[in-house]
Design a protein around this ligand. Structure first.
Ligand SMILES: [Mn+2]
Length: 317
């Protein structure tokens, strides 16, 4: 049985002499007053990475991302809400189920929900949460964009893990006669077997290799999918980035893609909502593993990505 922990204490630097212009994230947290609001939900889970035979430690990720978020300057015209962490004790499928219920609840109450991982098994919970949120409109088509060195399309028949979420989603879509719209940007060919490339091809997964990741190529790849979907879920796996930038992950990348590329794409994805007519209300940052972080650089990167996701939709600067 997993539980929700809401005891995190937001704190940080205060520039009282600057008044409202000196605000940082920790000062605006849980002060919901605007029409638009964003909620943060953590997933304290090591079970998926352990099942994928990776280096565990991601359960401590969400609060380290919060620590890095706390002192960031606040520039958004929305409310931000901390929905706490799902603390996972045992049995991954149950935990993902409970996380999905919380995601659906957050999506019902907020215009944007950002999940904080936890291993990439967070994606199965996020997707199922979005499905639950859309229960009254089951014909709405969901699109998924994953920035990741790995497809995470491993076969879940033996055991689900942090390596299987998008195959679980593909199988769910097949069972429920729904299209599988999945794009993976940053794939390291050397880290994905031929079996995974075959399954990607079979499921018409759209992908860009790490060496090919550039804004124009990505926009061209994503445009048909974005035109076809109604709801978008964007997930960033921190192992998409070079190991010196993101050492605090289970499986560091030998090459990796640039942070600037991902931030550019996040803003383009937000700007394209009205052009291609979809709603982007769900994102998460996966694989934050404080055990292997150096000088909080991965946590700071994760926080910057949360900042950019929120800012791409609600920037007030
Ligand atoms: Mn991943």
């Amino acid at each position: 049985m997993s539980t929700i922990d809401k005891t995190y204490q937001w704190q940080g630097r205060e520039d009282a002499e600057e008044g409202q212009n000196g605000l940082r994230w920790h000062q605006v947290m849980n002060n919901r007053h605007q029409t638009n609001s964003c909620s943060l939900l953590g997933f304290e889970c090591d079970l998926g990475v352990a099942a994928n035979k990776g280096r565990v430690g991601a359960a401590k990720g969400p609060n380290l991302i919060r620590n890095a978020l706390a002192n960031q300057a606040w520039h958004a015209d929305c409310g931000v809400w901390d929905a706490g962490n799902m603390v996972v004790a045992s049995h991954l499928p149950d935990a993902q189920n409970q996380y999905a219920q919380q995601i659906a609840k957050c999506l019902n109450e907020n215009s944007l929900v950002i999940g904080l991982g936890g291993g990439h098994e967070i994606a199965w919970g996020s997707h199922q949460g979005l499905v639950q949120h859309l229960a009254a409109e089951p014909n709405k088509k969901i699109g998924i964009i994953n920035f990741d060195a790995h497809f995470d399309l491993r076969n879940p028949s033996q055991q689900t893990s942090s390596g299987t979420p998008f195959r679980q989603i593909a199988e769910y879509c097949q069972t429920h006669h729904q299209p599988f719209h999945y794009a993976c940007l940053g794939v390291a060919a050397s880290s994905n077997t031929a079996a995974l490339f075959n399954y990607a091809k079979q499921t018409k997964t759209q992908y860009l290799l790490d060496i090919d990741c550039a804004p124009n190529a990505a926009k061209q790849l994503l445009t048909p999918m974005l035109k076809a979907v109604d709801e978008l879920y964007v997930t960033v796996c921190l192992d998409a980035f070079p190991a010196h930038i993101a050492p605090g992950v289970s499986a560091p990348s030998g090459l990796g893609i640039s942070v600037e590329f991902v931030i550019n794409m996040l803003h383009w994805i937000a700007q394209s909502e009205s052009i291609f007519n979809y709603n982007w209300g769900l994102a998460d940052i996966a694989e934050m593993n404080p055990t292997y972080d150096i000088d909080n650089r991965t946590a700071k990167l994760a926080a910057r990505l949360v900042y950019e996701v929120l800012g791409s939709k609600f920037n007030a600067l």
